[in-house]
Write a protein that binds this ligand. Structure first.
Ligand code: HEM
Length: 557
C-alpha cells in the first residue's frame, strides 16, 4: 500500500513536471506517507473549495480528492499531453482535471484560448506559486514567476528594452556568430574522426553560451580557441585567448542544475498546508533545496560582484555592456529602485532557464525532421546555397532572403512546441468561460501541442511540410489562432525574436556546412516524444553524423 502511494505521488509529480518546473506540488517520501491522513484531509478541503454556484467544466470521473484523475493518465506518464488530447475529445474543449487537490483546466479550442488571452487576459495572466520557488529559486523575484503587478511590468520592460530589443539583438550578433563558429568547428573535428555527435549536448552548449554571454559576458561551457571568458575566469585572463581555462565552476553549474532538477521532484508538504512545513525540514528535503540554492546563489553573486568591480574600475566601455552591467548601472543611477543584487541574480537565472532548453529541443527536433524528410532537407539546402554560395558561411543578414528556412523553423515549432501546455497560468478570481465556472486559482493548461496538430485546423496535420508557411501570413508570434508556441497575450514569451533568429541561423549554418545522416541510415529514426523535466523532448537523444561540404578554411574560427 505504502509503495503504491509512493508511486502515485511520483506519478503526479512527473505529470506536472514539464510545463511546471516551478509548480511541483507532490512527490514521494516516507514522511509524506506518515502524514498521509492529515494531508489527505487538507487536500480534500482544498480540492473541494469550488465555487458555490455555476456549472463546472466537464471532465473525467475523479477517483477522490487526492488521487483525482491520475488513474486516467497512469498508462501515459511519458506522454500526458497525448492523453489530455484524447480526453478532450470526450469531454470537450474546456475540460476539468483534478490532480492532488488542484483543479486543472485544459483548453484545446483556439477560439476559446483566444478569448482567454483577449477578454480575460488580466485574470488569467498570473502564475501558480509553490513553496519550492522560495527554497530553490528566487521566488517571485523571477519575472517569469511573478504575479501580474508593478514588479512584473518593470521587469518585462527591462527585458524588452535592455536585453531583447532589436538594437540589443544587433549588438550581440557577434556573440551568436562566434558561438556558432565554435559549434561548427566542433562538428568539423568530430566529422574528421567519423564520430557521431550528441546533438542535444552540442545545442545545449551553443545556446547556453549565447545567452550567458549576452547576460553576463561568461561562457558556461568551455571550448578551446575562444576569446570569451568562462564563468570562473578572472579579468586578467579574460580575452587573452591563451588563458588556461578551468571548467570547475562551469561543472559546478551543471551539477547544480542537475541537483535542482532532482529536487524539484520532491514534495514539500508546505504546499498542502503551511502547518506541515516542519515535516519538510525533518525529511531533509527543504534543507537540501536551501543548500543547493545557496551554492547557486554564491556562484551568481560572484558574477554580480565581478561586474561591480569591472564597472567601478571603468574597465568596460559603454559599447560592450551585458545585461547585468545595464541593470547595475540603472540601479546606480537610481532609475530603478527594485534592482537589488537578488533581483539581478533572479533575472540572470530566469534568462538562462527560459532561453537555453527551448532552443535546444526545437533544434534537435528540426534536425530530426530534416533527417526523416530528405526532400525538405534538399529544398532547404537549395535555398541556402542559392543565397550564400559555397565560398563563405551564412550570415544572419542572409536570413531575410531565406523564406524556406523561416518556414522550416515555424513548422518545427508547430509540430514540436517545446512547452506543449505553455507555462501554466492561473486565475486570481472566479470567472466564466463558455458558460462554465472557472474557480479562482485553477491551473490553466493551454493545449498548444494538440491545437497545432488538430486535423480540423491543419491540412495533413501530422506531415512535416514547411511549405504550408510559404506565401502565407501565418506566423508563430501569438497572433494566429491555433499556433502559439511562444504563448500569447501579456505573458507571451518576450524572447521570441531572439529565439527565432537563433533557430533560423543555426539551422541554415548546419544545413549549409554539412551533409547530415543518422548513425544507422538503415534504421528509421525514432521520433518518439517524452515529457522531460522542462520541455517536450525526443525520447532518445539525437546522434548524427556530419560530412563537410565547404572548403576547409570555412570551418575554423
Ligand atoms: C524556441 C525558443 C523559445 C520558445 C519556444 C519559448 C516559449 C515560451 C513560452 C511558451 C512561454 C510561456 C508563455 C505563456 O505562459 O503564455 C515563454 C515565456 C518566457 N520566455 Fe520564452 N521561449 C523561447 C525562447 C526564449 C528566449 C530566447 C528568451 C530570452 C531570454 C525567453 C524568455 C522568456 C521569458 C522571460 C518568459 C516569461 C514571460 C512572463 O512570464 O512574462 N524565451 N517562452
Amino acid at each position: 500500500m505504502m509503495e503504491m502511494l509512493n508511486f502515485i505521488y511520483t506519478d503526479i509529480v512527473n505529470f506536472f513536471l514539464p510545463s511546471m518546473k516551478w509548480s511541483i506540488v507532490l512527490a514521494s517520501t516516507c514522511t509524506v506517507l506518515t502524514s498521509f491522513s492529515v494531508a489527505q484531509f487538507l487536500l480534500w478541503i482544498k480540492g473541494n473549495r469550488l465555487p458555490r454556484h455555476g456549472k463546472l467544466p466537464p471532465g473525467p470521473p475523479s477517483w477522490g480528492p487526492l488521487v483525482g484523475n491520475l488513474p486516467q493518465f497512469r498508462t501515459s506518464m511519458r506522454t500526458p499531453h497525448v492523453r489530455a488530447q484524447e480526453l478532450a475529445k470526450t469531454y470537450g474543449p474546456v475540460m476539468r482535471v483534478q490532480m492532488g487537490g488542484k483543479v486543472l483546466i485544459f483548453i484545446s479550442d483556439p477560439k476559446i484560448a483566444d478569448r482567454c488571452f483577449k477578454d480575460n487576459d488580466h485574470n488569467f495572466a498570473n502564475r501558480p506559486s509553490i513553496a519550492a520557488q522560495k527554497y530553490l529559486l528566487y521566488g517571485g523575484d523571477h519575472p517569469s514567476l511573478a504575479p501580474i503587478g508593478d514588479f512584473w511590468r518593470s521587469a518585462r520592460k527591462l527585458y524588452t528594452t535592455e536585453l531583447l530589443s532589436g538594437k540589443k539583438l544587433q549588438e550581440f550578433q557577434v556573440v551568436r556568430s562566434e558561438e556558432m563558429g565554435q559549434a561548427v568547428q566542433d562538428i568539423y573535428e568530430a566529422s574528421a574522426r567519423d564520430a557521431s555527435i550528441n546533438m542535444h549536448d552540442l545545442f545545449t552548449k551553443l545556446f547556453t553560451n549565447v545567452i550567458t554571454r549576452m547576460t553576463m559576458s561568461r561562457r558556461f561551457f568551455n571550448s578551446a580557441n575562444s576569446a570569451a571568458k568562462t564563468l570562473n575566469e578572472t579579468d586578467s585572463e579574460a580575452g587573452s585567448g591563451n588563458a588556461e581555462l578551468n571548467d570547475s565552476m562551469g561543472n559546478e553549474w551543471q551539477q547544480l542544475i542537475d541537483s535542482n532538477h532532482e529536487l524539484m521532484t520532491r514534495l514539500l508538504l508546505e504546499d498542502v498546508s503551511p502547518a506541515l512545513a516542519w515535516v519538510d525540514i525533518l525529511t531533509g528535503v527543504r534543507p537540501r533545496m536551501q543548500n543547493s540554492f545557496a551554492r547557486m546563489d554564491r556562484l551568481l553573486q560572484k558574477v554580480v560582484d565581478d561586474h561591480k568591480a569591472e564597472l567601478s574600475s571603468r574597465e568596460k566601455d559603454s559599447e560592450n555592456l551585458d545585461f547585468i552591467d545595464v541593470l547595475l548601472m540603472l540601479r546606480d543611477s537610481s532609475k530603478t529602485q527594485f534592482l537589488s543584487d537578488r533581483t539581478i541574480k533572479a533575472f540572470s537565472l530566469d534568462t538562462i532557464g527560459a532561453a537555453s532548453e527551448t532552443s535546444t529541443v526545437t533544434s534537435e527536433w528540426a534536425l530530426s525532421e530534416l533527417l526523416t524528410n530528405p526532400e525538405v532537407m534538399d529544398k532547404a539546402r537549395e535555398e541556402v546555397d542559392s543565397v550564400v554560395g559555397k565560398d563563405r558561411t551564412v550570415l544572419e543578414s542572409d536570413l531575410p532572403n531565406m523564406p524556406y528556412i523561416r518556414a522550416l523553423v515555424n513548422e518545427s515549432l508547430r509540430l514540436h512546441p517545446p512547452l506543449p501546455w505553455l507555462v501554466p497560468h492561473t486565475n486570481l478570481m472566479d470567472c466564466t468561460l463558455e458558460d462554465y465556472n472557472i474557480p479562482a486559482n485553477s491551473i490553466l493548461m493551454f493545449q498548444v501541442w494538440a491545437m497545432q496538430r488538430d486535423p480540423l485546423l491543419w491540412e495533413r496535420a501530422l506531415e512535416f511540410d514547411p511549405s504550408r508557411f510559404l506565401n502565407s501570413d501565418m506566423d508563430v508570434k501569438g497572433m494566429h489562432t491555433g499556433l502559439m508556441p511562444f504563448g500569447a497575450g501579456r505573458r507571451m514569451c518576450p524572447g521570441y525574436n531572439l529565439g527565432l533568429t537563433v533557430l533560423q541561423y543555426t539551422l541554415a549554418r548546419l544545413i549549409h556546412s554539412f551533409d547530415w545522416s543518422t548513425t544507422d541510415p538503415q534504421v528509421p529514426l525514432d521520433m518518439t516524444e517524452k515529457f522531460g523535466l522542462t520541455s517536450l523532448r525526443r525520447a532518445s537523444v539525437l546522434h548524427a553524423k556530419a560530412r563537410p561540404r565547404l572548403p576547409h578554411h570555412l570551418y575554423t574560427t
